[in-house]
Design a protein around this ligand. Structure first.
Ligand code: IPE
Ligand code: IPE
Ligand code: MG
Length: 267
């Protein structure tokens, strides 16, 4: 087990044991993507303002990132701010931006020490300059790290991603470099913002909503979905382990038949 820690608290023996059991009991997803929902409701249920929920949500991000790195997950994509979230009251948007800057400032060195590489997907140019600068610095600092790749989806939407890919491909056609009948799935995947990242194996959504909210629309074609009623600030490593346990019990057929059934058919 790797000794990785983003927090000041040492990993407990019980947690090490839980992770070992999980690793031995089945496949650890290569790519986990999370729709981190419910910060506002969590705070309001405690009589607090929504921003307090976003702040405590950062503690969940730290815990989940650390646990993923320890388990050997290769890619963790976190839906942190959607294109549609720009439509929220400006005080909440500003608060979220400030939180992003302060969290990056606090966490960048920790990420680096833990060999975690930070990347982003989304319309970064819509963000204020101080956010872009802080992000660029953390991205540059961690760019050669070889452990977990932490991808923050910021001002992201699945439809935006697909639209941008279509524009790029259309340009190749217009310039006479590509015949339309050569356009295929792989080419579309290769023009998305996630071109360098495999499709998610497991998508987790907190807060009990049964929807995708414009997340990785193309990439989730064969992802396993896990929805929990818990609000994001209450989703910590033990809940992640439950999600992975559920994933390990799934039968991913990708439209084919189960191996056992296949043997019966060919007999
Ligand atoms: C998720 O929590 C964080 C963001 C979308 C930025 P919400 O802010 O959506 O919280 P709820 O869903 O309103 O409770
Ligand atoms: C999805 O949550 C976006 C993020 C987690 C960043 P929302 O709160 O924006 O989604 P809806 O409104 O419940 O669909
Ligand atoms: Mg929400």
């Amino acid at each position: 087990m790797k000794e990785l820690s983003l927090t000041k608290t040492k990993q407990t023996d019980l947690d090490k044991k839980r992770q070992k059991t999980l690793i031995e009991s089945g496949v650890i997803p290569e790519h986990i993507a999370i729709i981190m929902d419910g910060n506002g409701r969590w705070a309001q249920s405690k009589g607090n303002i929504r921003l307090f929920g976003h702040k405590v949500g950062v503690d969940s991000v730290r815990d989940i990132t650390e646990a993923c790195a320890q388990l050997g997950v290769q890619y963790l994509t976190l839906y942190a701010f959607s294109t549609e979230n720009w439509g929220r009251p400006s005080a909440e948007v500003r608060g979220l931006m400030r939180l992003l800057v302060s969290s990056l400032r606090k966490e960048a060195d920790n990420l680096h020490r833990n060999n975690i590489r930070l990347v982003t997907i989304g319309q970064m140019d819509r963000f204020p300059d101080d956010c872009i600068e802080e992000l660029d610095e953390a991205i540059r600092l961690t760019e050669n790290n070889t452990g977990l790749q932490l991808c923050l989806a910021l001002s992201y939407s699945g439809r935006w991603d697909i639209t941008e890919a279509v524009k790029k491909i259309a340009t190749h056609v217009q310039e006479g470099r590509l015949a339309p009948n050569l356009i295929n799935d792989q080419m579309i995947s290769d023009h998305l913002s996630t071109a360098e990242i495999p499709d998610p194996d497991l998508i987790i959504r907190t807060s009990g909503e049964y929807r995708i909210s414009n997340f990785l629309l193309w990439q989730l074609a064969y992802s396993e979905l896990y929805i929990t009623k818990l609000y994001w600030p209450d989703f910590r490593r033990n809940e992640l382990y439950e999600a992975i346990q559920s994933f390990q019990k799934r039968d991913r057929r990708f439209g084919k038949v189960r191996k056992k059934n296949k043997d019966e058919i060919t007999q």
